[in-house]
Design a protein around this ligand. Sequence first.
Ligand SMILES: [Zn+2]
Length: 349
Amino acid sequence: MGTAGKTEEEQLGAMEDKSVKGLLDALWCEQTTNWPLMKKGYGDLQQLLTKDISVNNITFKAQHNPARIVSSTAKTDRESIAARPCFLCRHNLPAEQKGLLLLGRYIVLTNPFPIVDRHFVIPSIDHIPQRLMGGEKENGSKREQNGGQNSSQKTIHDRIEDMARLAELFSGWLDVYFNGATCGASAPDHFHFQAGPQGVLPLMEQHAKAPVIERNGGSIMLMEEQPRTVLLLQANSISALCSLWSLLTDGLKEIKVGDDQLNLVIRHTEAKRWRLWIILRSKHRPECYFREGDEQFLSSPGVIDMSGIAVLPRPEDYSRITGTLWMQLMEEVSLPADRFNRLLEFLKR
Ligand SMILES: [Zn+2]
């Protein structure tokens, strides 16, 4: 018996994992068959030009994805956001778009402009800002489940905890992504995660160095051989994860990095439990994005770019990209080394 030695709870958990994957596979299949925009987007994804680009023995991937031009050039200033209907609110979704409700407060949707196969967007059912750490007050809307708890009571832990629980539902299959409001999110006014298959993001396949800090049930590590300022938080339980995250956010406050300046990826597997990669940013877009004519290089890095897939909507940028250029661009939008080192010192205290 495959379930021998497991508690009833573990067996139920295993069944839930299977059913979520089954339901999302069915959703993907239905939407790529019956929703013309999604069918085209998924079809186009199979035809995209891709190549490996390397520098100092590190290999990134480049992808020429014309459909991403809308997202890459999205205006995310307050006035532009206020002037457009929110495309993540349920009442604005296309009639053909269907979703799966998870945790009572997120809807999993297929992304009609995918960067990876099985690219999902996971908006909150409420129109509330893309914040992990409080800040702007949420507007007091009731949760549909969870005892009707007021969502304005959400604390810093809740979103990370939600992210960890979603990752567990997608265990061994999908990673969950988060784009901070000023570093990749094209809807900073509506809270959302994304998800994509495990094993496709180059950064997440790199090794970690020795721990910066070790605690009961978890650790925070530096990543090896990568240009970006990235930490890996590893934990055996959600409570250990939240406890380390709390310590980390104290450190982020100390060096004045807000939750809008983070890209996050979380993965759950049976063997390694939770792994949360934290990518620290200083800039939304590199200088070359704003130049004109031949000087312009149109890249607006979000979590997938920062994890090693350069998403380039224009053919001229795809033909020019090299490993060295991509590394320079990543370094430019990452947190400067001196502030990153101050964070490490804080964590080691
Ligand atoms: Zn909205």
